[in-house]
Design a protein around this ligand. Structure first.
Ligand code: ZN
Ligand code: ZN
Length: 273
């Protein structure tokens, strides 16, 4: 299995996952023009994607879903709550999933898990390749990590986790107190420290890659996020690669599972691959 973060942050999110047989996107928060361009960087034709799993209705995750699905024949997978917020999906092929459920699309076994965020029925997604057994967890836009989420993130090969803000930078930054409070709340976004403790809980011998996602451009930097999470992981037993996703740049391919030989080297830090 291979994974690319086509872009991540408050201006758009999309993650491409492929096996030899199938391709899906998790979120399509860019216009079709931008999606097509980013997919071309990954060497992928948009028509070859089977489905887009939409985590929630916020523009930075759903902006391109309707037009791309119409243009390239993608199936949409989402909760009923998310679809309710997206009236422009009318007449598009949609698979509705309960928030805590499983659904098979092509070669992918998808597990959906509820997350706590200020949207209507938002979810995190764990993608398992039926052919290869490799597992990727994609977890962003959430205020805190529940036991249910931790349980779902068992035995991952790659974890894409939100590292939205540095707590000090948020406090000293340009956002008014009400917006800061929303970001910090249980329905907001994960800090670098929260990302670090979540990542630490996921460490096991098979976890080869951790990708930090949805970094704030105002209240974080890739360097600060990598250093906070990297310091924790260095104290733990993580032996893989830590990468920061970017808003305007494709990061990948990240090779997931059996074909990515487990590294014997200590923690590797990579600001973009
Ligand atoms: Zn978002
Ligand atoms: Zn959101």
């Amino acid at each position: 299995m291979k994974l690319w973060v086509l872009g991540s942050g408050s201006n758009g999110n999309a993650v491409l996952v492929e096996t030899e047989r199938s391709r899906i996107l998790v979120d399509a928060g860019f216009s079709p023009r931008v999606l097509k361009h980013r997919l071309a960087v990954a060497g992928v034709a948009p028509q070859s994607i089977e489905a887009v799993v939409v985590t929630h209705e916020h523009t930075d995750h759903a902006k391109g879903v309707a037009s791309a699905a119409r243009k390239w024949g993608w199936t949409i997978v989402s909760t009923a709550g998310t679809r309710m917020m997206c009236p422009d999906w009318v007449q598009l092929r949609t698979i509705l999933t309960p928030r805590k459920s499983t659904v098979v699309v092509g070669d992918f076994y998808l597990e959906t898990v509820p997350v706590s965020h200020d949207a209507n029925e938002p979810i995190a997604v764990i993608v398992t390749s039926l052919a290869e057994g490799s597992r990727a967890g994609i977890v962003y836009d959430l205020g805190h990590v529940t036991e249910t989420i931790y349980r779902a993130l068992d035995k991952l090969d790659v974890l894409v986790i939100e590292a939205n803000h540095d707590e000090g930078m948020l406090r000293a930054g340009p956002y008014p107190p009400s917006v800061q409070a929303r970001i910090r709340s249980k329905f907001g976004h994960l800090s670098n420290n929260a990302a670090a403790s979540t990542a630490m809980q996921c460490v096991h011998s098979g976890l080869n890659n951790i990708v930090l996602a949805h970094l704030s451009e105002k209240n974080n930097t890739p360097r600060v996020a990598m250093s906070t999470v990297g310091d924790s992981l260095r104290r733990g037993r993580f032996k893989g690669r830590l990468t920061a996703a970017a808003q305007d740049k494709v990061v990948g391919p990240i090779t997931v599972g059996a074909s990515s030989a487990a590294s014997a080297a200590p923690l590797q830090l990579a600001l973009g691959l």
